[in-house]
Design a protein around this ligand. Structure first.
Ligand code: F6P
Length: 528
């Protein structure tokens, strides 16, 4: 296509949201009118499915749940007055709590004010708060936020080391929709132990955000934690940023959550449109379908050219891959759907993997995120007439062009600034795009059956560990791993047994392995 035709295509397909100053450019995706025409019936169905979802249909049939994240930013959309009231009350509670924490009306037993927040959660109970903290965190926040988002002991130590001298003024948020996620429970137990080692009253400094009646909710209530906030069963973990999961940590950091909600609501009203060209989420979903042939054949590379948006791709990884990565479609057919997402930030990634994008295997499409204002205030020149921001902008344009010249497709989303409204809008835009795409490929975007297999297997390994330790404690001399596996009644688990023993041996857990470490079958094991 020559320059004039491309310029025309750019204008023909440009979506612009006036209120948010958000542009969506899909002109560098290689679809043609025939493709769009052929997709219209599927899109029409997707719009209908979405309407039903917003109106309270059981859009997550496997879990028999409604899917209501859109109601969080527009409670009037919620299907019953009770739900509407719940949303409004929780928001009020978040704001009142935050205000009381900021003023010191709520304070820890041994300090006049809280200074830090430690958020413990994983997956959807961490990725949104982490992304928002990175994108919108203030230079001098009323409370500084820290995250434990794993059960890695060294990672937990690193966070606790930072907080060592301020634990007495650190507010702990334990976030888990189910209230039973082991990684989060472990983080909580370790943090509680750290509080106790300093003779601090953990409960007086702890807040739970969890499903009503969950294990965590019961624990928090029985121990008299400072507060609890509800997580609704009709909000999925990966779409929970606008629930208490995301809003409480954000507001404690001084981030304007009303603006986040307003931005999300504003884009929601655009992405609720049944007209393709006036619906940016539908345009995105259409492009994803085109790129991957409706089968996820191409990966989504997210390249925000703004440091503060670094975690957007990590956030989207869960939103997109946990939602779309499904074995079965809604009719039970085996489809192996999904779209892989990766990326960090431009132009940094230009010096890492853009070489492959330009010249290597063409198994991706790029989404550039452009932020039109470079910074607050004027920029100095780095050379005559040129600023650092001009470079960033030029590098984005240059990469887009270089990819296009090599038949690599790209989408560009441009926003004026990274602020609470635009971050809310970006999150909501992608939530809707995922929902619409799921309808286009006929899958349930709101369950995650695949995650369960790994969780069950991990639990089985821990049971096996207990079993094996019991057997070993009854042995008077060292035995081989195969003998141990026999005696534990788990000969088919021999490799798992070897691995758990090795882990215990490396961690001063009373296990000794003797023999050639390179030849596991030669090893003798004993408990000391
Ligand atoms: O909030 P919870 O229940 O602790 O779950 C954390 C995460 O675990 C998952 O269930 C599976 O990874 C995610 O969907 C969820 O966001």
């Amino acid at each position: 296509m020559d320059a004039a035709a491309l310029w025309q295509r750019y204008q023909d397909w440009l979506y612009y949201h006036e209120g948010l100053e958000l542009y969506l450019d899909i002109s560098r995706m290689g679809f043609d009118d025939a493709f769009v025409e052929a997709m219209l019936p599927k899109l029409e169905k997707a719009f209908k499915d979405m309407d039903a979802l917003v109106n309270g249909a059981i859009a997550n049939p496997d879990e028999n749940r409604m899917v209501g994240h859109y109601w969080l930013r527009d409670p009037d959309l919620a299907p019953t007055p009770e739900l509407q009231q719940d949303i409004v009350n929780t928001l009020d509670k978040i704001e009142t709590f935050t205000q009381n924490v900021h003023t010191g009306a709520i304070h820890p037993p041994r300090a006049p004010k809280f200074t830090d927040v430690l958020s413990i959660g994983i997956g959807g109970s961490a990725l949104g708060p982490e992304f928002v903290a990175e994108a919108l965190g203030l230079d001098y926040p009323p409370l500084a936020i820290h995250f434990i988002d794993n059960t890695d002991p060294a990672g937990i130590d690193a966070v606790l080391a930072q907080l060592q001298d301020r634990l007495s003024s650190t507010l702990v948020l334990v976030i888990s929709k189910s209230g039973g996620t082991p990684e989060t429970r472990n983080g909580m137990v370790e943090v509680k132990t750290a509080y106790e080692s300093q003779n601090l009253d953990f409960a007086a400094q702890a807040v739970a955000i969890t499903g009503v009646g969950s294990k965590l909710d019961q624990l928090a209530k029985s121990e008299g934690w400072l507060a609890t906030f509800p997580m609704y069963d009709w909000v999925g973990g990966r779409t929970s940023e606008m629930s208490a999961v995301g809003l409480l940590p954000a507001s404690l950091q001084g981030i304007d959550i009303r603006q986040m909600l307003a931005g999300a609501k504003e884009i929601d009203s655009a992405t609720g449109s049944p007209q393709l060209k006036s619906n940016p989420a539908a345009l995105l979903a259409l492009c994803w379908y085109f790129a991957g042939n409706g089968k996820g054949e191409k990966d989504m590379v997210m390249l925000p050219y703004k440091d503060s948006l670094l975690l957007f791709s990590r956030y989207l990884q869960q939103l997109v891959m946990e939602s779309l990565g499904k074995e079965k479609d809604l009719d039970g057919n085996t489809v192996y759907q999904g779209i892989a997402v990766y990326g960090n930030k431009g132009s940094t990634d230009q010096h890492a993997y853009v070489q492959q994008l330009r010249e290597g295997v063409p198994n991706f499409f790029v989404t550039f995120i452009e932020v039109l204002e470079d910074r607050q205030g004027k920029s100095p020149e780095v050379e005559a007439g040129v600023t650092a921001g001009d470079y960033l902008s030029g590098l984005l344009q240059g990469t887009r062009q270089a990819l296009y010249e090599n038949q690599r497709d790209s989408i560009t989303v441009s926003i004026r600034q990274v602020n609470a409204r635009t971050v809310g809008a970006l999150i909501a835009l992608y939530e809707r795009a995922v929902g619409l795409y799921a309808s286009l490929v006929n899958i349930n975007a709101y369950h995650q059956p695949g995650v369960e297999a790994g969780k069950k297997a991990a639990a089985a390994i821990l049971d096996l560990q207990k079993q094996v330790m019991e057997v070993l404690h009854q042995e008077s001399a060292a035995i081989s791993i195969s003998e141990l596996a026999e005696k534990a009644g788990a000969p088919d688990q021999i490799e798992g047994i070897y691995k758990l023993l090795r882990h215990l041996a490396y961690n001063q857990r009373g296990i000794v392995l003797e023999g050639n470490l390179g030849q596991p079958s030669s090893l003798k094991v004993s408990a000391v």
